[in-house]
Write a protein that binds this ligand. Structure first.
Ligand SMILES: Nc1ncnc2c1ncn2[C@@H]1O[C@H](COP(=O)(O)OP(=O)(O)O)[C@@H](O)[C@H]1O
Ligand SMILES: [Mg+2]
Length: 409
């Protein structure tokens, strides 16, 4: 037993002379909060007995998998680090033969350059986890995009996040809301928290955004939700570089299991990227002919642009279930949207308004309310479809599954 594993400290070490990898690892694993990072800033060939002093739980080793000498060195380091130390290999040159050797050497994981922060963090967290701790799961991205203005996109995104936050916590999973309406988002306002994502600091240097900076720029809601929202700049027309959005989402995906994105209605240069990266995509419409038409056009465009990976569905908000004489009724909406119809959310003005005015989840205003109920069936049905098989499938989940079966039939 190493000294470090007796304490609660999760000790990580890195051997690399690649300054970009060193910076990325330092950014992702700042020492503190029960976590230690040691760095040997050397080429693998120049590393010697200092490895014995590391006493770490997991060791990241940067090597060239096309060099036999690097493999010899890797074996030496493995012996010195001891059997309790998990090895994560990062390599630029990769081949099936190299993979076979790494598997034989029983490394915990191997990653290929250029690598994403989220991949590095996941590999390290899995290697650092204590016995009995669940392996970190692939994060799920759920994006909400408005078909027209004021249809309830933000309300649906936030309530979805609350549902996932509640459900996910039982599974040890965390949820973050990202408000990509950088210019005039309302997530922070609706939750009555201070928006802290200061874009001006990192706009031109997205690589500066690391774990520590992210921590500073995250807002926390009393429900346990984490939120990334920028202070409103109503008088400025700002456009944000795709690199910043990609960097932000990569980083967020490293630390959260569910990421709920409130998308702007305008199609930005980075919109495609976000949509391609989303596991679930909801176009939010309301129960009017123009909005349903906009929604249809939008899902069509999304399917064309994003292709088959897209699972864009239309969520019809403020749905009136009564069959009224004039205008749309629920059946018309379902027929117009066909397979694209994700479901309808009841109109409950007082409930949603009260929640927004008080900055709390709908469930806190009224337990068992119809909006959260309808949304849970849709969201958790999707989760039943994609979540880990170990997920507890309770009442709502079962209902969700039934709904899913009905939809597929
Ligand atoms: N299911 C609902 N029932 C009644 N009112 C709703 C519902 N969902 C949203 N609203 C209301 O609709 C308005 C617009 O919602 P918002 O979430 O800000 O939409 P968007 O983000 O699309 O602009 C808000 O006043 C909100 O309270
Ligand atoms: Mg909004």
């Amino acid at each position: 037993m190493s000294a470090t594993s007796d304490t609660n400290e999760r000790s990580l070490a890195l051997i690399s002379d690649d300054s970009a990898l060193v910076a990325m690892t330092k950014g992702a694993f700042p020492t503190g909060k029960g976590q230690v990072l040691q760095v040997i800033e050397k080429n693998i060939q120049n590393v010697g007995a200092e490895v014995r002093e590391l006493n770490c739980t997991a060791l990241i080793i940067d090597m060239d998998a096309s060099k036999v000498t690097d493999f010899e060195q890797l074996q030496k380091i493995k012996r010195m680090a001891g059997p309790a130390c998990a090895l994560i290999v990062v390599t630029s040159n990769f081949s099936p033969a190299a993979a076979r050797i790494l598997i034989q050497l029983k490394v915990s994981d191997f990653l290929i350059k250029p690598l994403q922060t989220s991949d590095l963090v996941r590999a390290c967290n899995n290697a650092l986890k204590k016995p009995g701790e669940e392996a970190s799961v692939e994060p799920q991205f759920l994006a909400f995009m408005p078909a027209s203005g004021g249809v309830g996109t933000t309300s649906m995104a936030l309530e979805t996040a609350q549902i996932l936050n509640k459900y996910g916590r039982k599974l040890g999973r965390t949820t973050c809301v990202v408000d990509l309406n950088f210019q005039h988002g309302s997530c922070a306002e609706y939750l009555d928290i201070e928006p802290r994502f200061d874009i001006s600091e990192i706009e031109n240097a997205p690589e500066r955004l690391d774990r520590q900076l992210l921590d500073v720029m995250l807002s926390k809601h009393s429900s346990g939700l984490s939120v990334i929202a920028a202070p409103n700049q109503p008088s400025e027309m700002r456009s944000f570089k795709a690199a910043l959005v990609v960097r932000l989402l990569d980083l967020v995906s490293a630390y959260f299991d569910y990421v709920v994105i409130d998308m702007p209605r305008i199609w930005f240069p980075w919109t495609d990227t976000v949509l391609v990266g989303s596991n679930r995509l909801f176009v939010v419409a309301d129960m009017t002919v123009p909005s349903i038409r906009h929604a249809r056009r939008l899902v069509e465009v999304i399917s064309q642009k994003v292709g088959n990976q897209s699972s864009a569905k239309v969520l019809v908000n403020r749905m009136d279930m009564r069959a009224t004489g004039s205008g749309l009724n629920a059946k018309d909406v379902e027929e117009a949207l066909g397979d694209w119809y994700a479901g309808g959310i009841p109109n409950n003005y007082r409930l949603v308004r009260d929640a927004v005015d008080r900055g709390v989840p709908l469930e806190e205003i009224e337990a068992g309310n119809n909006v959260t109920g309808a949304l849970s069936r849709i969201i958790l049905a999707d989760q039943a479809d994609i979540a880990a098989p170990t997920a507890q499938k309770g009442g709502l989940m079962a209902m969700g599954r039934n709904l899913l079966m009905r939809k597929k039939a």
